[in-house]
Design a protein around this ligand. Structure first.
Ligand SMILES: Cc1cc2nc3c(=O)[nH]c(=O)nc-3n(C[C@H](O)[C@H](O)[C@H](O)COP(=O)(O)O)c2cc1C
Length: 407
């Protein structure tokens, strides 16, 4: 992507100014203050600390704690991962150490935003309030409530054990919102039936914004030799949280529902890897964007492409600011019943581009309407009368422009 164009990428989120919408999510890329400092220097506008707890001595991680899915190309010495599962816990670093680092970050990088992520159980307000106040005193700009970690912590009544219960989410958000003067945002779990309902009660309780989503509860696979689910921790495994490109559609649905149904400012998270992903999140209602897995795979320097790609797209589409762009696609998202069911489209195959792979023919024959015929010369034809315009042939065709749908 070429150099930055002349577009202001700054955005106000919950009354806090970000120089661009990109924030490191609470995760391994924010394990320490010095890592966050390096990310700020690289161009990230803000960072959410790895989730803090009052007593870090209770946090003991297992190894390994990651497993991935991807396409391998050994010849090119490349693996392109599209999903990551983790069973990592919150930070195992002392709160006092973190508070010092937050203070240092705020002094050294006053134009950058430090968001303190905190977690406790829902039994009493004191732990939440003590931690939130200490982070505020250390200079944190925003508090993020981790109501959403789906593994390890729920067994202790924390994380998604709270976020899956609207009443507890509301209670905890209220406790923290009344204890501090800085904005509080609540981080949602996608592992609920209606994420917008949980977001709404958190906003009612005093949250200034919502971050969504945390990881999707998952088991990424089973080792067929050992029969042990992954990741294999000394012969056993536990379910974990899925992240990366595979969860992007789940995240987009969640943030669109929250933005549309509650009007809350949303920090979008889940699978953001490229500037195109970022643009999609903004169009569906996110005003800041948090990134974890893409940084774990490719490093902090992806911020250059994210910023310059987004700026060029905005210029091309005539968006003068991020604010202009936030939610610009939301009014194009309607109930299914409001969709046009009159216009009929049919598949059209351009045989001059076709590589005769048979993919469209097989899919239409065995999972469609038997509308595609294959001549002895391997010329494919669509019988218009049989084609229902489902688009399966288009979805499986590997050649751009070879199959199109025409009214
Ligand atoms: C290894 C790992 C550790 C994580 N730890 C935390 C955490 O401590 N607190 C938290 O709120 N989210 C945590 N997350 C979730 C991320 O912040 C983020 O919500 C999720 O990974 C989806 O974004 P992504 O697809 O960009 O990774 C973690 C994710 C990963 C992969």
């Amino acid at each position: 992507m070429a150099d930055n164009v002349d577009i202001d990428l700054s955005i106000d989120f919950c009354g806090v100014k970000f120089k661009n919408p990109f924030i490191l999510a609470s995760a391994p890329p924010t394990t320490t203050g010095s890592m966050i400092g390096r990310a700020f220097k690289a161009g990230w506008a803000g960072a959410v600390t790895k989730t803090l707890v009052e007593d870090a001595s209770t946090i003991i991680n297992v190894t390994p704690r990651l497993a991935s899915l991807g396409f391998k190309d050994p010849e090119k010495r490349k693996k392109k991962n599209y999903a990551l599962e983790n069973i990592e816990l919150v930070t195992d670093r002392e709160l006092s150490v973190w508070l010092k680092e937050i203070e240092e970050l705020r002094t050294k990088y006053p134009d950058h935003v430090v968001i303190a992520s905190i977690m406790d159980d829902a039994s009493e307000p004191e732990g939440w309030q003590r931690m939130a106040k200490k982070c505020e005193d250390a200079g944190a700009n925003i508090i993020e409530l981790n109501l959403s970690c789906p593994h390890g912590m729920p067994e202790r009544g924390m994380g998604s054990a709270i976020g899956q219960n609207a009443e507890l989410s509301k209670r905890v958000t209220g406790w923290v919102a009344e204890a501090v003067n800085i904005p509080v945002i609540a981080k949602m779990t996608p592992n609920v039936t209606e994420v917008a309902l949980v977001a709404e009660v958190c906003m009612e309780a005093g949250a200034k914004g919502i971050s969504a989503i945390n990881t999707v509860a998952a088991i990424i696979g089973v080792d067929l030799d050992t029969l042990v689910p992954l990741p294999n921790v000394s012969g056993f495994s536990a379910h974990g949280g899925l992240s990366g490109p595979a969860v992007k559609p789940i995240a987009l649905k969640a943030i669109a529902s929250i933005a549309k149904e509650t009007g809350a400012p949303v920090s979008g998270i889940g699978g953001i890897t490229t500037w195109e992903d970022a643009a999609e999140f903004i169009l569906l209602g996110a005003s800041t964007l948090q990134v974890c897995t893409a940084v774990m795979f490719y490093g902090y320097s992806i911020i250059d492409d994210l910023n310059s790609g987004l700026a060029q797209y905005m210029k091309k589409k005539g968006f003068g600011s991020i604010t202009d762009m936030v939610g610009a696609s939301l009014d194009k998202l309607v109930s299914f019943g409001d969709l046009d069911n009159k216009t009929r489209r049919k598949a059209y195959i351009d045989n001059s581009l076709c590589i005769q792979c048979d993919a469209c023919f097989i899919s239409c024959r065995d999972a469609g309407y038997q509308a595609i015929t294959r001549g002895s010369d391997k010329v494919y034809k669509v019988t218009e009368k049989l084609c229902t315009g489902c688009s399966l042939c288009y979805q499986v065709c590997p050649v751009d422009g070879c199959i199109s749908l025409k009214p």
